[in-house]
Design a protein around this ligand. Sequence first.
Ligand code: FE
Length: 339
Amino acid sequence: MKAQMKKLIASTLMLAGVTSTANAAEEVNVYSYRQPTLIEPLFAGFTEETGIKVNVVFAKKGLAERLVNEGANSPADLVFTVDIGRLNEVVEKGVVQAVQSETLENNIPAQYRDPKGEWFGLTLRTRSIYASKDRVNLDDIKNYEDLADPMWKGKICTRSGKHAYNLALFASMIAHHGEADTEKWLEGVKANLARKPQGNDRAQVKAIKEGVCDLSLGNNYYFGKMINNPDQKAWADAVTLTFPNQDNRGTHVNISGMALTKASPNKANAIKLMEYLTETKAQTMYAEDNYEYPVKPGVAPSALVASWGSFKADELPLSEIANLRKTAAKLVDKVGFDQ
Ligand code: FE
């Protein structure tokens, strides 16, 4: 009896599988490096509105390789990830295709999407400077350039210079100042480090709280995460989140984003989902979930994020940053930043 039951369940499951394949046109398959809690509510909203089901595969790494291995047989339609570096990776691996969409072009400012349409930003995050409330006069640290000032000797903490978040910032420095001046700047920042680069962005704020250093580099959303984590709130309370370069070019901003896969079997529905995510309702939800900024102009961030103040963003296109990442990595090695 038991075995029969099992058999019945198995065949029912197989039938369900067949049915969903037959209805493939009403599905979208997503490969996501982003956490389920961030994107599942958005996909639920999309399904409610359109009747199109969204299937998600989450992974911390390896999705780009998986797309390469699956090739033309890949079931994936869309890739979701953070950072221009990882979006650029799927482009370089040749596993995505261009999308032309008026909705996407209207909702996403040009600097936050690929000129060829191979990737699109969905949310924005600043690479901010966190400063000790007790020990730093904010007038002394208004620009990224100031991080190289000898007055900060032994006062700066950061994660690895090779991390995607830092590489993008360093690439923006190269775009604005050239390679030679950026090398000098990186040498200066390295000379000011309180310790060998290590840990994540939050670990640096903890170090400020503990008096190890006075300044750190970190993405803005970690401020929200620390404020709402009882174990980390004291770290956040010890710092001010600053937006560098407000009197000149603006703060460096990176994105989380999406791309349509080359093999996409449900292309029309996938583009519908892409467009849905850039509309005001989804933009509000997506940015709020992770203390980020909506990419669509005019959509307000959450009350908490808004309370940190508004800022001017650097208008350098992220496609240029993508092109300069390798040069940035070379400089990090050359000055021995992580040594
Ligand atoms: Fe992060």
